[in-house]
Write a protein that binds this ligand. Structure first.
Ligand SMILES: O=C(O)c1ccccc1N[C@@H]1O[C@H](COP(=O)(O)O)[C@@H](O)[C@H]1O
Length: 207
């Protein structure tokens, strides 16, 4: 089970997520999120991510090509274009600059669920309110389950991630609010508990 912890704000957050066994961490640039970082903070934190952990730049209101330029310049492993504001043309423009793209969307918006439909490597299914801790109706997946490298997100916590994995059967999971003590403040014990719960459930369901 691939596990990403998103919205990290300090080098200590990164150290804890990496030591806990997270496969990826997300750094957010956003004018709408409490987790939005300034570009110099992003540069400093991205440089701190250990090589065995995938660094993902997460954006929801930065033009796609501009975000791709930042991801390339700062040496990110992937760029997560989050939300339906990013259309196929945005992905094409980003791809020309930085080809390792993740497409984050919501089933509520009836997206194309074929992985790679917009040339992305990874599809991420979230609620329609990114980073809000909102859960969504996973039974929607019964008729629209992607095949392959897709991540489940939206209101996951250490307490509910195992059940969510059992129902949704994703390739990976992504969490932001569910491992915080206050909006934008990561709780290190919750990060550790989340990674253990997700990895344990993933191993269970793989049997
Ligand atoms: O985490 C954020 O604040 C954020 C802001 C803008 C775009 C995406 C963001 N995070 C993504 O939101 C989901 C999960 O959120 P939550 O666990 O429900 O709070 C996840 O895909 C994050 O990558």
């Amino acid at each position: 089970m691939f596990v990403k912890v998103c919205g990290l704000a300090t080098t200590a957050d990164i150290d804890v997520a990496a030591a806990a066994g997270a496969d990826a961490i997300g750094l957010v640039i956003s004018g709408t999120s409490v987790r939005g970082l300034a570009r110099d903070q992003v540069a400093r934190l991205a440089a701190h991510v250990p090589s065995e952990v995938l660094s993902v730049l997460v954006v929801n209101d930065t033009p796609a090509a501009e975000a791709a330029g930042i991801a390339r310049e700062l040496g990110f492993g992937a760029l997560q274009l989050h939300g339906t504001a990013y259309g196929e043309r945005d992905f094409a423009e980003a791809f020309d600059v930085f080809p390792r793209l993740w497409r984050a969307t919501s089933l509520k918006d009836r997206p194309d669920t074929r992985i790679g439909a917009y040339r992305e490597d990874v599809l991420l299914l979230d609620s329609s309110d990114a980073g809000s801790g909102t859960r969504w109706d996973l039974s929607l997946l019964d008729t629209a389950r992607p095949e392959g490298t897709w991540l489940l997100a939206g209101g996951l916590t250490p307490d509910n991630v195992a059940e969510a994995i059992g129902q949704a059967l994703p390739w990976g999971v992504d969490v932001s609010s569910g491992v915080e003590s206050a909006p934008g403040v990561k709780d290190h014990d919750l990060i550790r508990a989340f990674v253990v719960a997700a990895k344990t459930a993933g191993a269970r369901d793989a049997r």
